[in-house]
Write a protein that binds this ligand. Structure first.
Ligand code: CP
Ligand code: NVA
Length: 304
């Protein structure tokens, strides 16, 4: 039977997401009640990081321990990946020694090749093109605060990056709409949009994209791997800050999300990220809970 991976949001059906979300609720409740739950006793997660991380490492490592298993951290500096070992060989070796693998890397092609040669499920912990675990946590956070996300409007204010492509895929699966406003030169790459995805509209003006939104979200102006573009991006993104004026254009009960880390005064004003509509700390915490449900599902399948 084909191994189930989570490399993009589109790898899961709505039914699978609904299952994982239901499991997340149960697993989160157990955690809050200090209830021991060890479905992955003696199982091992290997985490491969080719980019920096705080939340992703912490949530996967803590999550695996809380499920009764162990997590091993590898990075490019200390492993042979940094010395040119082919990704296919690394996948063969690593997947013979553990039960599940999380990879944070650059191009999506790298994780796709890794998964192809892995004997165990592979989870995308962020690539240049996708960040599916974060969007899963964000959708869960929205549902926790406001109920179903079906039919709602999400405003994306920022460049077309990994977070946006995962939001666009989630819109298609969950049935919501994304109002997208990207600065000139940082627009959507149509080759990264799933054919037939009509769940988004592009706006030239970021304030217009916020009108009628149930959720406004943004991200760093310079994603990891694009550091040399930083100065040009600062110029091009002028006007794309999510501030109080933009939030005013959204629905009165709109939420604000940011996957973090954030830069106050650049992509988001302090009044917004530290204000009453912001749910950024819940988003960060929910990485732990959704990923525990994801690990459980990918290793054990659906529990009866
Ligand atoms: N949001 C997120 O993935 O954070 P880290 O880069 O700290 O893992
Ligand atoms: N778009 C950002 C997300 C960081 C969690 C990046 O790729 O750096």
């Amino acid at each position: 039977m084909a191994i189930k991976h989570f490399l993009q949001v589109s790898d899961f059906t709505l039914d699978e997401f609904e299952y994982v979300i239901e499991r997340t609720r149960i697993i989160k409740r157990k955690f809050k009640n200090y209830e021991t739950y060890h479905p992955l006793l003696d199982r091992t997660l290997v985490m491969v990081f080719e980019k920096n991380s705080t939340r992703t490492r912490l949530s996967f490592e803590a999550g695996m321990q809380q499920l009764g298993g162990a997590a091993i951290y590898l990075n490019t500096r200390d492993s042979q990946l940094g010395r040119g070992e082919p990704v296919e060989d690394a996948a063969q070796v690593m997947s013979r020694m553990c039960d599940i693998i999380m990879v944070r890397t650059f191009g999506q092609d790298i994780i796709d090749r890794f998964a192809k040669h892995s004997r165990v499920p592979v989870i995308n912990g962020l690539t240049n093109e996708h960040h599916p675990c974060q969007v899963l946590a964000d959708v869960f956070t929205y549902i926790e605060h406001r109920g179903s996300i079906k039919g709602k409007t999400v405003a994306w204010i920022g460049d077309a990056n990994n977070m946006l492509y995962s939001w666009l895929q989630a819109a298609q699966v969950f049935g919501f709409h994304v109002n997208v406003s990207t600065p000139k030169g940082y627009e959507i790459d149509q080759s990264l949009v799933t054919p037939g995805n009509s769940n988004f509209t592009v706006f030239a003006n970021p304030s217009d994209a916020c009108v009628g939104a149930d959720l406004v979200t943004t991200d760093v102006w310079t994603s990891m791997g694009y550091e040399e573009e930083n100065a040009a991006r600062l110029k091009a993104f002028d006007g794309w800050i999510v501030d109080g004026a933009k939030m005013q254009r959204a629905n009165a009960d709109a939420l604000f999300m940011h996957c973090l880390p954030a830069h106050r005064g650049e992509e988001v004003a302090a009044e917004v990220i530290d204000g009453p509509q912001s749910v950024v700390w819940d988003e960060a915490e929910n990485r732990l809970h959704v990923q525990k449900a994801l690990l459980e599902y990918l290793v054990l399948g659906k529990l009866n």
